[in-house]
Design a protein around this ligand. Structure first.
Ligand SMILES: Cc1cc2nc3c(=O)[nH]c(=O)nc-3n(C[C@H](O)[C@H](O)[C@H](O)COP(=O)(O)O)c2cc1C
Length: 326
């Protein structure tokens, strides 16, 4: 048996050649990384998050290195959905790997406008909903408020009739009283309304855990924040154990019973990090910060996973999903 068979992955009906994906916002729109790495060696590229209108994003510095990872405050800089559909979508069909869309917004109308447009991109089998942006109505994020998230997912589901829907949760859920990550995950899966398309659910078909952790760094010489935006999101090795715990909790309390796949995201730099995610219940992983260190790392992680599956005596990586011995 070869790696192709061992690593083939099915995310709610989306078939990928392996479970190593490039994370939203770290790999361009479609295939910009092709010059730096072999895109055919990864399971999918997730586009940077697309908003209804074009956005310049925040002032620089908006990406800085920290001792244990990176802080970014890009501010969702992107060309907006109209330009994305016109200029980028035609390249998706010819990309050397699967391309998954990512949607961000500040209101339900924003999200549904982008979702409706992405629904028309034939070569894109799934989209991620990035719910870690401020919700202008409540002044909070959809990702920390179960009721708001249900409404959002339901509204997006209604227009996203031809795609699988993965909801990317925030790692911080302290916004709503008593809300745990499992409550938020449940809200995402339940959504509102009726399932759209054969085999799909009323809410999310999959969950992505997680986005960056709010963070800040200060230059002690100038006594100024190192990011122009003052605060940003921490990613990389520092967040990995926290993300593993989130996947573990959501898998056991919600996703396993509902048969909803999880994509583990946060600090995957080596195959062992990806294997940890798989063992606590992720069906795939995404890598972001690692690409800034060495764009060849995702290929190495995929090869390492293939060898690990074989050493574990499993015939496919799916057999090891959630197989941690507690
Ligand atoms: C420079 C940069 C830009 C990002 N942009 C987005 C984005 O547009 N949408 C999104 O959902 N996540 C975005 N993220 C978060 C990543 O997709 C990922 O969730 C996070 O970085 C944790 O994974 P990592 O530790 O492998 O980087 C961004 C991260 C970085 C470092």
């Amino acid at each position: 048996m070869d790696d192709a068979t061992r690593l083939a992955t099915d995310l709610a009906g989306v078939k990928l050649r392996n479970p190593v994906l490039l994370a939203a916002g770290t790999a361009g729109y479609v295939d910009e990384m092709a010059g730096a790495m072999d895109l055919a060696g990864v399971g999918a590229v997730v586009t940077k998050s697309i908003t209804a209108k074009p956005r310049e994003g925040n002032n620089t510095w908006r990406i800085i290195e920290s001792r244990t990872g990176m802080l970014n405050a890009i501010g969702l800089a992107n060309m907006g959905i109209d330009a994305f559909v016109r200029d980028q979508a035609p390249r998706i069909a010819g990309a050397p790997t699967t391309v998954i869309g990512s949607i961000a917004g500040f209101s339900i109308d924003d999200y549904t406008a982008v979702a409706a447009a992405m629904n028309g991109i034939d070569a894109m089998p799934a989209v991620e909903l990035n719910v870690s942006c401020p919700n202008v109505h409540g002044g909070t994020e959809f990702g920390v408020d179960g009721a708001a998230l249900r409404d959002l997912v339901g509204a997006v589901r209604a227009v996203l009739t031809r795609k699988r829907l993965f909801v990317k949760l925030s790692p911080i859920v302290v916004g709503a009283p008593g809300a745990t990550i499992a409550d938020i995950a449940r809200a995402a899966i339940e959504g509102r309304g009726v399932p759209c398309g054969p085999g799909s659910r009323p809410g999310a078909d999959g969950l992505c855990l997680a986005n960056t952790i709010p963070a800040m760094a200060v230059d002690v010489h100038s006594r100024t924040p190192r990011l122009a935006n003052v605060t940003g999101g921490l990613s990389g090795p520092a967040v990995h154990p926290a993300a593993v715990k989130l996947v573990h909790e959501v898998y056991r309390k919600v996703a396993k019973g509902a048969n909803v796949p999880i994509i583990g995201i946060g600090g995957v730099m080596r195959w062992e990090d990806a294997a940890e995610f798989i063992l606590v219940g992720a069906s795939a992983v995404e890598m972001g910060t690692a690409l800034f260190v060495d764009p060849r790392l995702p290929g190495k992680v995929a090869r390492g996973l293939g060898a690990w599956v074989q050493r574990q005596g499993a015939s496919s990586i799916g057999e090891l999903v959630g197989a941690v011995k507690l």
